[in-house]
Ligand binder design. Structure first.
Ligand code: F6P
Length: 321
């Protein structure tokens, strides 16, 4: 997110546009808590995780009064355009705001979950996948040395993009995600794992299971207990949690965020020049390498599942479970 903020700030300065950053997500907008973003503020931030502006979930934006307050703040501060970096919840905020405020609204896809339509990758996704991959490579070392079965739970909310990418990148023997398992598959899952683990352990000792959060009721701890109770398999476990959301962002994410940030401000500038302000409320993303704008309403209604080709490849050629 810092790379996007840097790009937005620098591009605005070059084009002579005044730029402010609201703090703590929509809360800062509602409370009119903001800082002026000048080139000096964004020195040395592109390599840092987190965000200069802080972030927060904002329950007030779920209510019409909160949305009205946000719209009033934008009017009071004479804001012409609002660029929101975020995921599904942030974009619902954009959608709600568009009914009450007539400035230009632009979304940039920012979530580790990669679950937004209108882009191949979201800002944050590749950094999270890299972080989880590095962590799981280390788990593999200890799992190999001690010949253990390991369950590692990764984030993703209700989407399996992180689980699949990390599972494939680390050569995990089993990926348990929404695309290949449902919560009711317990017996099948235990059976498959039991067979696979026994076979695999005879080969080289370790067996890594990547578990998508929210797939298994009770998460990795409950899966470990079920495997232990139903098949006497002892698993170690690791819930990676929020470490996936921190650390230096990947170069790929910095480039993506920078490109989208520059494009967002250029779009605002062009709209001002050609008097096409607020032609639409949309998200900018890259699809097959091409900068694309997609209406927010489409982003909110369309799904972006893990590509079938990867699910099939994994199932047919790579999985042990
Ligand atoms: O949407 C990003 C994400 O990290 C999800 O992967 C995860 O389910 C959720 O946020 C965690 O939210 P919180 O930090 O509020 O617990």
């Amino acid at each position: 997110m810092n790379s996007a903020i840097r790009a937005i700030t620098l591009t605005s300065a070059k084009l002579g546009l005044q730029c402010v950053g609201f703090l703590h997500g929509y809360n800062g907008l509602i409370n009119q808590e903001y800082i002026e973003l000048t080139p000096d503020c964004v020195i040395d931030i592109t390599q840092r995780g987190g965000t200069l502006l802080k972030s927060a979930r904002c329950d007030a934006m779920l209510e019409d009064t909160g949305v009205q307050q946000a719209a009033n703040a934008l009017r009071k501060l004479h804001i012409d355009a609002l660029i929101v970096i975020g995921g599904d919840g942030s974009f619902r905020g954009i959608h709600a705001l568009s009914a009450h405020w007539h400035g230009q609204l632009i979304g940039l896809p920012g979530t580790i979950d990669n679950d937004l339509a209108g882009c191949d990758h979201t800002i944050g996704f590749s950094s999270a996948v890299n972080t989880a991959t590095v962590a799981i490579d280390k788990i593999r070392d200890t799992a190999n040395a001690f010949e253990r079965v390991f369950i590692t739970e990764v984030m993703g909310r209700h989407s399996g993009h992180i689980a699949y990418n990390v599972g494939i990148a680390t050569g995990a023997e089993a990926i348990l995600s929404f695309e290949n398992y449902t919560k009711s598959d317990t017996a099948k899952l235990v059976q498959q794992l039991q067979r696979a683990i026994t076979e695999q352990q005879h080969k080289h000792g370790s067996f890594l299971i990547i578990l998508a959060e929210n797939l298994w009721p009770g998460g990795a701890h409950a899966l470990r207990d079920a495997l232990n109770e139903q098949s006497n398999i002892n698993c170690a476990l690791c819930v990676l949690g929020h470490i996936q959301r921190g650390g230096a962002p990947s170069a790929e994410n910095r480039m993506l965020a920078t490109e989208l940030g520059v494009a967002a401000v250029e779009t605002v500038y062009q709209a001002i020049q050609h008097d096409t302000f607020r032609a639409a409320t949309f998200m900018l993303g890259k699809i097959n390498g091409v900068l694309t704008s997609t209406p927010i309403s489409t982003v909110l209604t369309r799904q972006k599942p893990v590509p079938d080709s990867w699910v099939k490849r994994y199932r047919d050629f790579l999985a042990e479970g």
